[in-house]
Write a protein that binds this ligand. Structure first.
Ligand SMILES: [Zn+2]
Length: 378
Protein backbone atom coordinates (compact mmCIF):
# COMPACT_ATOMS: atom_id res chain seq x y z
CA UNK A 1 0.00 0.00 0.00
CA UNK A 2 1.28 3.44 -0.87
CA UNK A 3 0.88 6.37 1.44
CA UNK A 4 0.80 9.54 -0.58
CA UNK A 5 2.36 12.20 1.57
CA UNK A 6 1.77 15.88 1.68
CA UNK A 7 1.71 17.05 -1.93
CA UNK A 8 3.99 14.21 -3.03
CA UNK A 9 2.06 13.31 -6.13
CA UNK A 10 1.66 16.91 -7.22
CA UNK A 11 5.32 17.75 -7.64
CA UNK A 12 5.33 17.36 -11.40
CA UNK A 13 1.96 19.01 -11.81
CA UNK A 14 2.15 22.50 -10.42
CA UNK A 15 -0.53 24.04 -12.58
CA UNK A 16 -3.49 25.80 -11.03
CA UNK A 17 -6.51 23.51 -10.86
CA UNK A 18 -8.82 26.45 -11.61
CA UNK A 19 -7.17 28.22 -14.56
CA UNK A 20 -4.53 25.71 -15.71
CA UNK A 21 -1.71 28.28 -15.58
CA UNK A 22 1.51 28.23 -13.61
CA UNK A 23 0.73 30.07 -10.37
CA UNK A 24 2.72 33.19 -9.37
CA UNK A 25 1.81 32.68 -5.77
CA UNK A 26 1.00 29.13 -4.95
CA UNK A 27 -1.78 28.05 -2.63
CA UNK A 28 -3.45 24.72 -2.07
CA UNK A 29 -7.07 24.00 -2.82
CA UNK A 30 -9.00 21.33 -0.96
CA UNK A 31 -10.83 19.66 -3.84
CA UNK A 32 -13.31 18.30 -1.33
CA UNK A 33 -13.51 21.44 0.83
CA UNK A 34 -12.36 21.46 4.43
CA UNK A 35 -15.74 22.66 5.76
CA UNK A 36 -17.28 19.53 4.23
CA UNK A 37 -14.64 17.32 5.87
CA UNK A 38 -15.46 18.90 9.22
CA UNK A 39 -19.21 18.21 9.05
CA UNK A 40 -18.71 14.60 7.94
CA UNK A 41 -16.22 13.29 10.48
CA UNK A 42 -12.53 13.59 11.29
CA UNK A 43 -10.86 15.65 8.51
CA UNK A 44 -7.66 13.65 9.05
CA UNK A 45 -9.26 10.28 8.30
CA UNK A 46 -7.53 8.16 5.64
CA UNK A 47 -9.37 6.78 2.61
CA UNK A 48 -8.51 5.08 -0.69
CA UNK A 49 -8.46 7.12 -3.89
CA UNK A 50 -8.05 5.08 -7.02
CA UNK A 51 -5.14 2.94 -8.08
CA UNK A 52 -1.50 3.60 -8.81
CA UNK A 53 -0.91 2.23 -12.29
CA UNK A 54 2.88 2.49 -11.86
CA UNK A 55 2.81 0.02 -8.99
CA UNK A 56 0.58 -2.90 -9.94
CA UNK A 57 -2.56 -0.83 -9.40
CA UNK A 58 -2.02 -0.68 -5.65
CA UNK A 59 -4.59 1.48 -3.94
CA UNK A 60 -3.50 5.04 -3.22
CA UNK A 61 -4.27 5.87 0.40
CA UNK A 62 -4.78 9.48 1.30
CA UNK A 63 -6.03 11.53 4.15
CA UNK A 64 -9.01 13.62 2.99
CA UNK A 65 -7.24 16.63 4.40
CA UNK A 66 -4.36 16.00 1.97
CA UNK A 67 -6.70 15.67 -1.02
CA UNK A 68 -5.39 18.93 -2.36
CA UNK A 69 -4.43 20.43 -5.68
CA UNK A 70 -2.25 23.41 -6.57
CA UNK A 71 -4.04 26.70 -7.14
CA UNK A 72 -2.99 30.28 -7.72
CA UNK A 73 -3.88 32.85 -5.09
CA UNK A 74 -6.37 34.96 -7.12
CA UNK A 75 -8.25 31.85 -8.27
CA UNK A 76 -8.38 30.42 -4.77
CA UNK A 77 -9.77 33.71 -3.44
CA UNK A 78 -12.30 33.96 -6.22
CA UNK A 79 -13.64 30.45 -5.68
CA UNK A 80 -13.72 30.74 -1.91
CA UNK A 81 -16.84 32.92 -2.45
CA UNK A 82 -18.58 29.96 -4.06
CA UNK A 83 -17.61 27.77 -1.09
CA UNK A 84 -19.04 30.33 1.33
CA UNK A 85 -22.29 30.54 -0.64
CA UNK A 86 -22.80 26.78 -0.97
CA UNK A 87 -22.07 25.77 2.62
CA UNK A 88 -25.47 26.91 4.05
CA UNK A 89 -27.19 25.17 1.13
CA UNK A 90 -25.55 21.82 1.89
CA UNK A 91 -26.33 22.27 5.59
CA UNK A 92 -30.00 22.99 4.73
CA UNK A 93 -30.16 19.87 2.55
CA UNK A 94 -28.84 17.80 5.47
CA UNK A 95 -31.73 19.22 7.51
CA UNK A 96 -34.15 18.36 4.64
CA UNK A 97 -35.20 21.98 4.23
CA UNK A 98 -36.77 23.60 1.18
CA UNK A 99 -34.43 25.90 -0.75
CA UNK A 100 -34.90 28.55 -3.44
CA UNK A 101 -34.06 27.66 -7.05
CA UNK A 102 -31.09 30.07 -6.80
CA UNK A 103 -29.54 27.90 -4.05
CA UNK A 104 -29.85 24.85 -6.31
CA UNK A 105 -28.11 26.77 -9.10
CA UNK A 106 -25.25 27.61 -6.71
CA UNK A 107 -25.14 23.93 -5.78
CA UNK A 108 -24.89 22.98 -9.48
CA UNK A 109 -22.01 25.47 -9.90
CA UNK A 110 -20.25 23.96 -6.91
CA UNK A 111 -20.78 20.38 -8.16
CA UNK A 112 -19.15 21.45 -11.46
CA UNK A 113 -16.21 22.69 -9.38
CA UNK A 114 -15.89 19.54 -7.27
CA UNK A 115 -16.45 17.15 -10.19
CA UNK A 116 -13.77 18.76 -12.38
CA UNK A 117 -11.43 19.19 -9.40
CA UNK A 118 -11.72 15.47 -8.60
CA UNK A 119 -11.06 14.63 -12.25
CA UNK A 120 -7.95 16.84 -12.49
CA UNK A 121 -6.60 15.59 -9.18
CA UNK A 122 -7.17 12.00 -10.18
CA UNK A 123 -4.97 12.52 -13.22
CA UNK A 124 -2.32 14.04 -10.96
CA UNK A 125 -2.25 11.29 -8.32
CA UNK A 126 -2.77 8.22 -10.51
CA UNK A 127 0.07 7.37 -12.81
CA UNK A 128 -2.50 6.52 -15.41
CA UNK A 129 -1.50 4.53 -18.53
CA UNK A 130 -3.86 6.56 -20.69
CA UNK A 131 -2.35 10.02 -20.62
CA UNK A 132 -4.78 12.86 -20.83
CA UNK A 133 -3.75 16.48 -21.06
CA UNK A 134 -6.74 18.32 -19.61
CA UNK A 135 -8.15 20.76 -22.15
CA UNK A 136 -10.22 22.51 -19.53
CA UNK A 137 -9.94 23.42 -15.87
CA UNK A 138 -12.47 24.34 -13.22
CA UNK A 139 -12.91 28.02 -14.14
CA UNK A 140 -13.77 27.24 -17.75
CA UNK A 141 -16.21 24.48 -16.87
CA UNK A 142 -18.61 26.02 -14.33
CA UNK A 143 -22.14 26.58 -15.70
CA UNK A 144 -20.91 25.89 -19.23
CA UNK A 145 -22.96 22.82 -20.11
CA UNK A 146 -26.43 21.46 -19.44
CA UNK A 147 -26.60 19.93 -15.99
CA UNK A 148 -28.68 17.79 -13.69
CA UNK A 149 -28.94 17.02 -10.01
CA UNK A 150 -30.80 14.23 -8.22
CA UNK A 151 -30.88 14.43 -4.41
CA UNK A 152 -31.30 11.23 -2.36
CA UNK A 153 -31.85 10.93 1.37
CA UNK A 154 -31.26 7.99 3.71
CA UNK A 155 -32.39 7.08 7.19
CA UNK A 156 -29.96 7.01 10.06
CA UNK A 157 -27.17 9.31 11.09
CA UNK A 158 -24.28 7.79 9.14
CA UNK A 159 -21.36 10.20 8.84
CA UNK A 160 -18.90 10.41 5.99
CA UNK A 161 -18.19 11.32 2.39
CA UNK A 162 -18.00 8.99 -0.60
CA UNK A 163 -17.24 9.77 -4.21
CA UNK A 164 -18.92 7.48 -6.73
CA UNK A 165 -18.06 7.31 -10.42
CA UNK A 166 -14.76 9.18 -10.20
CA UNK A 167 -12.79 5.90 -10.34
CA UNK A 168 -14.11 4.60 -13.66
CA UNK A 169 -12.20 4.68 -16.95
CA UNK A 170 -15.12 6.52 -18.55
CA UNK A 171 -14.90 9.29 -15.93
CA UNK A 172 -11.13 9.52 -16.50
CA UNK A 173 -11.89 10.36 -20.11
CA UNK A 174 -15.17 12.23 -19.67
CA UNK A 175 -15.95 13.75 -16.26
CA UNK A 176 -19.68 14.13 -16.92
CA UNK A 177 -21.28 12.24 -14.05
CA UNK A 178 -20.45 11.50 -10.44
CA UNK A 179 -22.07 10.90 -7.09
CA UNK A 180 -21.19 12.60 -3.81
CA UNK A 181 -22.50 11.17 -0.57
CA UNK A 182 -22.48 13.60 2.35
CA UNK A 183 -23.62 11.93 5.60
CA UNK A 184 -27.20 10.80 4.92
CA UNK A 185 -27.73 12.51 1.56
CA UNK A 186 -26.34 11.64 -1.86
CA UNK A 187 -26.04 14.08 -4.77
CA UNK A 188 -26.04 12.51 -8.24
CA UNK A 189 -24.76 15.09 -10.72
CA UNK A 190 -24.51 15.09 -14.53
CA UNK A 191 -23.20 17.78 -16.85
CA UNK A 192 -22.77 17.31 -20.59
CA UNK A 193 -23.24 19.25 -23.84
CA UNK A 194 -26.94 19.74 -24.67
CA UNK A 195 -27.74 16.86 -22.34
CA UNK A 196 -31.23 18.19 -21.49
CA UNK A 197 -31.83 21.15 -23.87
CA UNK A 198 -33.97 19.07 -26.17
CA UNK A 199 -36.25 17.83 -23.39
CA UNK A 200 -36.42 21.32 -21.88
CA UNK A 201 -37.67 22.76 -25.19
CA UNK A 202 -34.56 24.87 -25.83
CA UNK A 203 -32.41 24.86 -28.97
CA UNK A 204 -30.23 21.79 -29.39
CA UNK A 205 -28.14 20.34 -32.22
CA UNK A 206 -29.70 17.35 -33.99
CA UNK A 207 -26.23 15.90 -34.41
CA UNK A 208 -23.30 16.03 -31.97
CA UNK A 209 -20.11 14.36 -33.11
CA UNK A 210 -16.77 14.09 -31.39
CA UNK A 211 -14.05 14.68 -33.97
CA UNK A 212 -11.34 12.03 -33.88
CA UNK A 213 -8.01 12.82 -35.50
CA UNK A 214 -7.30 15.81 -37.71
CA UNK A 215 -6.60 19.37 -36.57
CA UNK A 216 -9.73 19.62 -34.40
CA UNK A 217 -9.19 16.33 -32.57
CA UNK A 218 -11.31 16.08 -29.46
CA UNK A 219 -13.71 18.91 -30.26
CA UNK A 220 -17.43 18.54 -30.78
CA UNK A 221 -19.17 19.29 -34.04
CA UNK A 222 -22.76 20.51 -33.76
CA UNK A 223 -25.16 20.42 -36.71
CA UNK A 224 -28.80 21.02 -37.44
CA UNK A 225 -30.14 23.16 -34.60
CA UNK A 226 -33.79 23.05 -33.77
CA UNK A 227 -36.03 22.99 -30.76
CA UNK A 228 -39.11 21.19 -29.60
CA UNK A 229 -42.25 23.23 -29.06
CA UNK A 230 -43.14 21.29 -25.90
CA UNK A 231 -41.16 20.40 -22.80
CA UNK A 232 -40.76 16.58 -22.72
CA UNK A 233 -41.77 14.35 -19.86
CA UNK A 234 -39.46 12.75 -18.91
CA UNK A 235 -36.86 15.35 -19.83
CA UNK A 236 -34.18 12.76 -20.67
CA UNK A 237 -34.03 8.97 -20.97
CA UNK A 238 -31.87 8.74 -17.84
CA UNK A 239 -33.20 5.91 -15.72
CA UNK A 240 -32.73 6.77 -12.04
CA UNK A 241 -34.15 5.72 -8.72
CA UNK A 242 -36.71 8.23 -7.51
CA UNK A 243 -34.94 11.13 -5.77
CA UNK A 244 -36.43 13.66 -3.34
CA UNK A 245 -35.43 16.46 -5.72
CA UNK A 246 -34.63 15.99 -9.41
CA UNK A 247 -33.73 19.10 -11.39
CA UNK A 248 -32.28 19.95 -14.79
CA UNK A 249 -30.81 23.23 -15.97
CA UNK A 250 -30.01 23.78 -19.66
CA UNK A 251 -27.19 26.18 -20.52
CA UNK A 252 -27.01 28.08 -23.79
CA UNK A 253 -23.87 28.13 -25.87
CA UNK A 254 -22.16 31.25 -27.16
CA UNK A 255 -22.67 31.50 -30.89
CA UNK A 256 -21.13 33.87 -33.40
CA UNK A 257 -23.78 33.76 -36.10
CA UNK A 258 -25.72 37.06 -35.94
CA UNK A 259 -28.99 35.20 -36.45
CA UNK A 260 -28.78 34.36 -32.76
CA UNK A 261 -29.60 37.65 -31.14
CA UNK A 262 -27.57 38.36 -28.04
CA UNK A 263 -24.77 36.03 -29.03
CA UNK A 264 -26.15 32.86 -27.51
CA UNK A 265 -27.80 30.13 -29.44
CA UNK A 266 -31.34 30.20 -28.20
CA UNK A 267 -30.95 33.64 -26.69
CA UNK A 268 -34.30 34.78 -25.43
CA UNK A 269 -35.86 37.44 -27.62
CA UNK A 270 -39.20 39.17 -27.61
CA UNK A 271 -40.33 37.32 -30.72
CA UNK A 272 -40.24 33.94 -29.09
CA UNK A 273 -42.29 33.75 -25.93
CA UNK A 274 -41.80 30.01 -25.68
CA UNK A 275 -38.02 30.31 -25.29
CA UNK A 276 -38.47 33.26 -22.96
CA UNK A 277 -40.68 31.15 -20.71
CA UNK A 278 -37.91 28.53 -20.42
CA UNK A 279 -35.13 30.95 -19.47
CA UNK A 280 -34.03 31.93 -15.97
CA UNK A 281 -35.18 35.40 -14.97
CA UNK A 282 -32.28 37.83 -15.00
CA UNK A 283 -29.88 35.52 -16.83
CA UNK A 284 -30.28 35.10 -20.58
CA UNK A 285 -27.46 32.59 -20.68
CA UNK A 286 -29.03 30.09 -18.31
CA UNK A 287 -32.16 28.07 -18.75
CA UNK A 288 -34.83 27.93 -16.06
CA UNK A 289 -34.73 25.17 -13.43
CA UNK A 290 -36.80 22.23 -14.68
CA UNK A 291 -38.03 19.95 -11.94
CA UNK A 292 -38.73 16.38 -12.94
CA UNK A 293 -41.55 14.63 -11.06
CA UNK A 294 -42.77 11.07 -11.61
CA UNK A 295 -45.71 12.35 -13.64
CA UNK A 296 -44.83 15.88 -14.79
CA UNK A 297 -42.23 18.63 -15.19
CA UNK A 298 -42.44 22.00 -13.40
CA UNK A 299 -40.52 24.99 -14.76
CA UNK A 300 -39.06 27.53 -12.30
CA UNK A 301 -38.05 30.79 -13.94
CA UNK A 302 -37.98 32.75 -10.71
CA UNK A 303 -34.71 32.19 -8.78
CA UNK A 304 -36.57 32.77 -5.50
CA UNK A 305 -39.16 30.01 -6.15
CA UNK A 306 -38.94 27.43 -3.38
CA UNK A 307 -38.11 23.77 -4.02
CA UNK A 308 -39.12 21.34 -1.28
CA UNK A 309 -38.33 17.62 -0.95
CA UNK A 310 -40.70 15.12 -2.51
CA UNK A 311 -41.69 12.01 -0.54
CA UNK A 312 -39.95 8.80 -1.51
CA UNK A 313 -41.50 5.78 0.17
CA UNK A 314 -41.93 2.01 -0.16
CA UNK A 315 -40.56 0.38 -3.29
CA UNK A 316 -39.09 3.68 -4.52
CA UNK A 317 -36.54 3.74 -1.67
CA UNK A 318 -33.07 2.69 -2.83
CA UNK A 319 -29.88 1.90 -0.92
CA UNK A 320 -26.66 3.87 -1.34
CA UNK A 321 -25.10 0.96 -3.25
CA UNK A 322 -27.93 0.94 -5.79
CA UNK A 323 -27.65 4.65 -6.41
CA UNK A 324 -23.87 4.27 -6.70
CA UNK A 325 -24.45 1.62 -9.38
CA UNK A 326 -26.77 4.00 -11.21
CA UNK A 327 -23.96 6.60 -11.35
CA UNK A 328 -21.81 4.18 -13.39
CA UNK A 329 -24.79 3.19 -15.54
CA UNK A 330 -25.47 6.86 -16.29
CA UNK A 331 -21.82 7.24 -17.31
CA UNK A 332 -22.21 4.36 -19.78
CA UNK A 333 -25.41 5.94 -21.11
CA UNK A 334 -23.67 9.32 -21.63
CA UNK A 335 -20.58 7.70 -23.15
CA UNK A 336 -22.64 5.70 -25.64
CA UNK A 337 -24.64 8.80 -26.61
CA UNK A 338 -21.58 10.46 -28.15
CA UNK A 339 -21.03 9.64 -31.79
CA UNK A 340 -17.58 9.84 -33.33
CA UNK A 341 -16.54 11.28 -36.65
CA UNK A 342 -13.17 9.96 -37.73
CA UNK A 343 -11.13 12.41 -39.78
CA UNK A 344 -7.63 11.03 -39.89
CA UNK A 345 -7.49 8.07 -39.88
CA UNK A 346 -10.95 7.60 -41.32
CA UNK A 347 -11.86 4.80 -39.01
CA UNK A 348 -10.90 3.66 -35.52
CA UNK A 349 -7.83 1.45 -35.15
CA UNK A 350 -7.91 -1.88 -33.35
CA UNK A 351 -6.40 -0.11 -30.37
CA UNK A 352 -9.21 2.47 -30.36
CA UNK A 353 -11.81 -0.29 -30.45
CA UNK A 354 -10.14 -2.18 -27.61
CA UNK A 355 -9.81 0.98 -25.52
CA UNK A 356 -13.46 1.85 -26.01
CA UNK A 357 -14.49 -1.64 -24.93
CA UNK A 358 -12.14 -1.45 -21.94
CA UNK A 359 -13.74 1.79 -20.74
CA UNK A 360 -17.24 0.36 -21.07
CA UNK A 361 -16.33 -2.97 -19.43
CA UNK A 362 -14.49 -1.33 -16.55
CA UNK A 363 -17.36 1.06 -15.80
CA UNK A 364 -19.89 -1.77 -16.16
CA UNK A 365 -17.91 -3.90 -13.69
CA UNK A 366 -17.99 -1.10 -11.13
CA UNK A 367 -21.76 -0.76 -11.58
CA UNK A 368 -22.11 -4.50 -11.03
CA UNK A 369 -19.82 -4.47 -8.00
CA UNK A 370 -22.08 -1.92 -6.27
CA UNK A 371 -25.29 -3.53 -7.47
CA UNK A 372 -24.22 -6.92 -6.07
CA UNK A 373 -22.82 -5.58 -2.80
CA UNK A 374 -24.60 -6.77 0.34
CA UNK A 375 -24.01 -3.56 2.24
CA UNK A 376 -23.02 -0.06 1.28
CA UNK A 377 -19.49 0.97 2.10
CA UNK A 378 -19.08 2.75 5.43
ZN1 LIG B 1 -5.44 30.03 -11.26
Amino acid sequence: MIEARNGMALKENRLCVFCGKTPDTKTREHVVPYWLLEITGDPLRVVTFGQNFDRQKQPIRYSWSQYIAPACDPCNNHFSHLERRVKPTVEALLRREALPASAYITLLDWLDKVRIGVWLLRHMIEKHPIKITPNFHIASRIAEKDRMLAVYTFDGDGMGINLFGSDSLIFGNMPSCFGLRINNILLLNVSSDFFCSRGCGLPYPKSIKLLMGGPNQGTLKFEGFGYATEVSNPITNLDLFKPVVWIYQPIKLPWEDPIFRGGFYGHVNQYDSRLAARTLQGNARQGAVFRQYADRVDVFQDPSAMIAFDNVVGDDCAMIKDIAASVYEAQINLFNAIQHEWIEPEKPSDFDEVLRKLKLDHTGELAKMYRDAGQHRP
